[in-house]
Design a protein around this ligand. Sequence first.
Ligand code: ATP
Length: 543
Amino acid sequence: MPATSLDQVVSLCKRRGFIFPGSEIYGGLANTWDYGPLGVELKNRVKREWWNHFIHKQTDMVGLDASILMNPKVWEASGHVGSFADLISSCKHCKKMVREDHWPELVENSHWFQSLAKLYRNEEVSLLDLKAWGEKDAKTLAPNLAIVRNPSVTISWLAEFLENASKATKDSNEDILILSSMKELIKYLATEQLATTGLLMPCPYCGGELTPPKPFNLMFKTQQGVIEGEGTDIYLRPETAQGIFVNFLNVSQSMRMRLPFGIGQIGKAFRNEVTPGNFTFRTREFEQMEIEYFFDPEREDWKKLYEQWKARSMEFIQDVLGISKENLRLRDHEPDELAHYAKGTTDIEYNFPFGWGELCAAVAYRSDYDLKQHEKFSGQSLQYTDPDDAQRKITPHVMEPSFGSDRVTLAVLIDAYTEEELENGDVRTVMKFDKRLSPIDIAILPLSKKEHLVAKAKEVHEMLLEHTNLVTDFDVTGSIGKRYRRQDEIGTPLCITVDFGTIGEDSEQGDPDTVTIRDRDTLEQKRVKISDLRAEIAEYWKN
Ligand code: ATP
C-alpha cells in the first residue's frame, strides 16, 4: 500500500468527526481547526497519557495550570518582547509574507519551481529554453518572476553574466548548467537588473520581488481593561513554560518539593505564525504539554539528566503512544541554533507526509536563565534553600521537554492510518490506534433493527456503562459490514455483535446469552458468554 498522504488523513478526519475546518459556515478562518467528537476524545487521551507518564508515574513531578494572560513584564523577562521574532519578507506583488528560514522549503514545494526543475533535468537546457519557459509555463505558475514580466531583458543580462563568468573561468561553456544550483538559477530568473538590486529571492507564491527580511514579533497582543484604547497591553502566552517559572516558589514551598523535581502543565499557547499550514502541524493557536525539571547543577550531572529526559520523552512517543519507530528520529540542534543560554536541545522528529519535521523537543537544557531573568525583572528572590543546609541558596537549572498536543495528535493520526487489502480483494481503511488512545473503546452492534434484539443489545450496553469506564458507541444503522467498516475507520478496537443466537432464536449464530467480539486488528471473531464479557474485556485491556 502507498504511504499515507496528508489529504487522506484530512479527509478521514472531516468525514469521521475528528477534525473540522474552523468557522466553516463563514468560509473558514485560515489555519484554524476544530476538534470534533472523536478528535476531542483522541486528543484528551493523548494528554491523559502524557499526564500519567510524566506526572503521575514520576514521584518527583507535580502539575500546574497557570493562566494564559500574564503580567506583561513576564514576556520582557523571558525575552519574548525583545527577540521572539522571525525574519519576515513580504512580496511587493502578491503581498504574501514569507519567513526567511522557510523560504527554501516553500520554493521547493512551489509548482513553478517544480516545473523549472523538470526543464532543468534536461541536459540541453539553453537560454532560449529558459526564455520559452518564462513566456509559457511560468506565465500562470509564477506571473511575477522577472523572466515572465520581462523575458528579453532578463535573458540578455543573464547571457551577459554567463559570458563574463565563462571568460573568468576561461571556460567556453555558455550553457546555463554552469549556474551552480537551482536555487541560484531562480534568483537570476527573478532579477531584472543585477547592478542595482543584487540577486533577488523570488516570492515562493508568485515569483515577485521580496522585501529585505525584517524581524516580526510572534506574540498576539491584546488589551486588558474595559475602555477600548485605554487598557493595558497584554499578550496571549506564546508558550506555557513561563507560567511554570513564575510559580516556581509557590509550588516548591507549598508542596515541600526537594530538588531535583519537575512541574508539568498542559495548556493553550498562541503564536502569530507567518507560515502556518500542513493541517494542525503549525497553527496560530495550539496546545502545549511542557515540563520544567529543576535541579542543582552541583549535585546532579546535567549530561546524565539530559540523556534520561531524552529517553523518557522517546519512551512516551514510541511506547506509550505507539508511534512506529521507523518514523521517528532524534535530532540534536547545531550550536548555532541554540539560544545563548542553552547548552543543548534534542528534538524528536517524525516522518510526516510532507517530510521530517519537529514533533517535540525531547529535552532542552536552559541553564538557570529563566529563573534569573524573573528575579531581575520582578525584584523577587527565586532562590531555593537547601533543606539540609539553610546557608546554601541556589538558583536551580532546568531541563525542558516540550510537546505540542495537536502536533503529537496529528502524528498519532498519520501513524495509525492504514489501508489493508483483505483476502476478498477489498481494501479496508483502519485507524490502528494504540488501544489506550482509540476515541471509542467498544461498539455494540445489534445485528438487526428488530425490537427485541435491539433491547437485548441495549441490556449489554447498559451493563458495560454501569460496570466499566469504557467509552462506548451503540450503532444500529446500516448493514453489519458497513458498521464494522465505520468502526475500523475510527479505530474502535473491539466490536460486540448481538445476534439472533444471543436471543435464542438461531442456534447456528451462537448459544443463547452469548455475543461475538470482533478484534479490529486481527479481524478474529470470538463467541463469549455475556456473563464473561467484562472479564474478557478487562483481559484485552490488560495487555
Ligand atoms: P518551530 O521551529 O517549528 O517554529 P519551535 O522550535 O519554536 O517550533 P518550540 O518552541 O520548541 O517550537 O515548541 C515546542 C513544541 O510545541 C513543538 O515541538 C511543537 O510540538 C509545538 N508547537 C510549536 N509551535 C507550534 C505551532 N505553531 N503549531 C502547533 N504546534 C506547535
